[in-house]
Design a protein around this ligand. Structure first.
Ligand code: NAI
Length: 462
C-alpha cells in the first residue's frame, strides 16, 4: 500500500477542497469517500440540488407573478416534476464529476469505500490499510433525529428525501424554521404546496438579526406560508401516504394536531463520525458529539486533524472549505488561518437573506456602542425595475471608529452582495470606506453603499 502525506476522510466541500490544496502544496494526498460520487452532502443531497430546485421554482414564481406586468403575455409554465428532477440530477452530476476531474488533475487518489482509523497513521478502507503521515477527518454531518418522529424518507422526510419526493405534495408540514425548513418550504410553496412551519422558538431563523428575522417571516407569510411559533412537535404518526403531526403550544400547553401529505423534519444536523473508530483511539469529543480540535484543527491525537461539520462552529460548506485550506497549509508547514468573525450566512430563498459579523442583539449584549445604517431596496432603481424592491440592507458600525462590525440583508441577490462587506471587514474597513467606493449604477450593490452612507451623513435615495 502507498504511504501518503495526507489522507482525508470525506469528500464534501471541506474534504475535497482540503485534498486539492494539499496536492497543490506538494503533499501526496488521498481522499476516502464511500458514496458513489464525490462532493459529500453538499453536492449530492444538499446545497447544490436544493439550489437547482430553488432556481426552477423561483422562475415559475416570476412567470406567475411578474411576467404579465412586464408585457410578457401567455400562460405561465406548468410544472413537469419529472423534468425538474432530471434537471436537478444533471446539475448534481456536473458538479460531482467536476470534483472527480479536479482529483485526477491534481493526482489525488480516491480511496473508494468507508474509512476508519485503526491506529494513528493508518486508514482502513475495505480490506486495505493505507499509511498516512497525517489524517484529516472531514466526515460532515447528518440530520439530527427528533424524539417521537420516525423518518421514512417518503412521507416523513429529512432534507435528503425532500429533494426527491415522488410528486409535489398538497400539504407540507415543516418542523423547524431554520435554513433547511425555509429553503425547502419555499421550493414547495412556489410549486403549489400549502406549507405550514412549526417552530419551537418565537421567531424564525435562530441566531439571525431580529429585524431581518421578522421581515423574513412576514415576507414568507405573504408568499403563503403558515407559521406556528413557540410550539414543540411531540410526535408524528404516519401511514404510507399521510401523516398527523402533534405539537404543544408552549405558552398554553395546549396540544394541537395538523395533517400533512409530507412532513419535513428540519430540526438541525449533528456531526457524523460513526464507524471511524474515534472512541477506541481516544479522540476527545465535545459534549455535543463534535470532534474537539485545537487552534490548528488538531485533535488530541498527534497526526489526526478534523474540520467542517464534524467540529464546532456553523455547519456551513464554506466554513468547512476555509478550514480545509487552512489545515492543508498547516500540514505543508505554512500558517493556516480562518477568520471565524467573518463567515457569511446565506438563505437562498427569494428574497435572499444574508448576514455576516455581529447582530444588533449581540452588540447590545456586549454593551458595544454602535450605529446603524439602513437602506431599503425601494430606493434602488434596479430592484424596482426587476420587481425585487422588497427588503433592505443594514450595516452596523462602531459608533466611534466607524469600523464595520456586521451587516444583515434581505433582498435580491444579497447572498452575493454580502461579500462586499466580508472583504471590507477582512480589511478592517470603516463604513465610510464602503460609502466612498464608487458603485456602478444601476446595480443592487448600490443599496450596500447607501446603507454605508446612512452610517454617516445619510443615504442619498432615502
Ligand atoms: P437549524 O438549526 O438552522 O434550524 C432548526 C430549527 O428547528 C430551529 O429553529 C429549532 O428551534 C427548531 N426545532 C428544533 N426542535 C423542534 C421541535 N421539536 N419542534 C419545533 N421546532 C423545533 O437546522 P436546519 O435548518 O435543519 O439546518 C441544519 C444545518 O444545515 C444548519 O447548521 C444550517 O446552517 C445548515 N444549512 C445551511 C444552508 C445554507 O447555508 N443556505 C442550507 C441548508 C442547511
Amino acid at each position: 500500500m502507498a504511504t501518503y502525506d495526507v489522507i482525508i476522510i470525506g469528500s464534501g466541500p471541506g474534504g475535497y477542497v482540503s485534498a486539492i490544496r494539499c496536492a497543490q502544496l506538494g503533499l501526496k494526498t488521498a481522499c476516502v469517500e464511500g458514496r458513489e460520487t464525490l462532493g459529500g452532502t453538499c453536492l449530492n443531497v444538499g446545497c447544490i440540488p436544493s439550489k437547482a430546485l430553488l432556481h426552477a421554482s423561483h422562475m415559475l414564481h416570476e412567470a406567475e407573478t411578474n411576467f404579465a406586468a412586464m408585457g410578457l403575455k401567455g400562460k405561465s409554465p406548468s410544472v413537469d416534476w419529472k423534468q425538474m428532477q432530471a434537471y436537478k440530477d444533471g446539475v448534481i452530476e456536473q458538479n460531482t464529476k467536476g470534483v472527480e476531474f479536479l482529483f485526477k488533475k491534481n493526482k489525488i487518489d480516491w480511496l473508494k469505500g468507508w474509512g476508519s482509523i485503526p491506529e494513528p497513521g493508518k486508514v482502513k478502507v475495505g480490506d486495505d490499510v493505507h499509511e498516512a503521515k497525517n489524517i484529516v477527518i472531514a466526515t460532515g454531518s447528518v440530520s439530527a433525529s427528533l424524539a417521537g418522529v420516525e423518518v421514512d424518507e417518503k412521507v416523513v422526510v429529512t432534507s435528503t428525501g425532500a429533494l426527491t419526493l415522488p410528486k409535489v405534495p398538497k400539504k407540507m408540514v415543516v418542523i423547524g424554521a431554520g435554513v433547511i425548513g425555509l429553503e425547502m418550504g419555499s421550493v414547495y410553496a412556489r410549486l403549489g404546496a400549502e406549507v405550514h412551519v412549526i417552530e419551537f422558538l418565537d421567531h424564525v431563523t435562530p441566531g439571525m438579526d431580529a429585524e431581518i428575522s421578522k421581515t423574513f417571516q412576514r415576507t414568507l407569510k405573504k408568499q403563503g406560508f403558515t407559521f406556528t411559533l413557540g410550539a414543540a412537535v411531540q410526535k408524528v404518526e404516519a401511514t404510507k401516504t399521510k401523516a398527523k403531526v402533534t405539537y404543544k403550544i408552549l405558552k398554553t400547553e395546549a396540544e394541537e394536531t395538523v395533517d400533512a401529505d409530507v412532513v419535513l423534519v428540519a430540526t438541525g444536523r449533528k456531526p457524523f463520525t460513526d464507524g471511524l473508530g474515534l472512541d477506541a483511539l481516544g479522540v476527545e469529543m465535545t459534549d455535543r458529539g463534535q470532534v474537539k480540535v485545537g487552534d490548528h484543527w488538531n485533535t488530541n491525537i498527534a497526526g489526526i486533524y478534523a474540520i467542517g461539520d464534524a467540529i464546532e462552529g456553523p455547519m456551513l460548506a464554506h466554513k468547512a472549505e476555509d478550514e480545509g485550506i487552512a489545515v492543508a497549509e498547516t500540514l505543508a508547514g505554512q500558517k493556516g488561518h480562518v477568520n471565524y468573525g467573518v463567515i457569511p450566512g446565506v438563505i437562498y430563498t427569494s428574497p435572499e437573506v444574508a448576514s455576516v459579523g455581529q447582530t444588533e442583539e449581540q452588540l447590545k449584549a456586549a454593551g458595544r456602542a454602535y450605529k446603524v445604517g439602513k437602506f431599503s431596496f425601494m430606493g434602488n432603481g434596479r430592484a424596482k425595475a426587476n420587481f425585487a424592491a422588497e427588503g433592505f440592507v443594514k450595516i452596523l458600525a462602531d459608533a466611534e471608529t466607524d469600523r464595520v462590525l456586521g451587516a444583515h440583508m434581505i433582498g435580491p441577490m444579497v447572498g452575493d452582495l454580502i461579500h462586499e462587506i466580508c472583504v471590507g471587514m477582512e480589511f478592517g474597513a470603516a463604513a465610510e470606506d464602503i460609502a466612498r467606493t464608487c458603485h456602478a449604477h444601476p446595480t443592487y450593490s448600490e443599496a450596500v453603499r447607501e446603507a454605508a452612507l446612512a452610517c454617516g451623513d445619510g443615504a442619498i435615495h432615502a
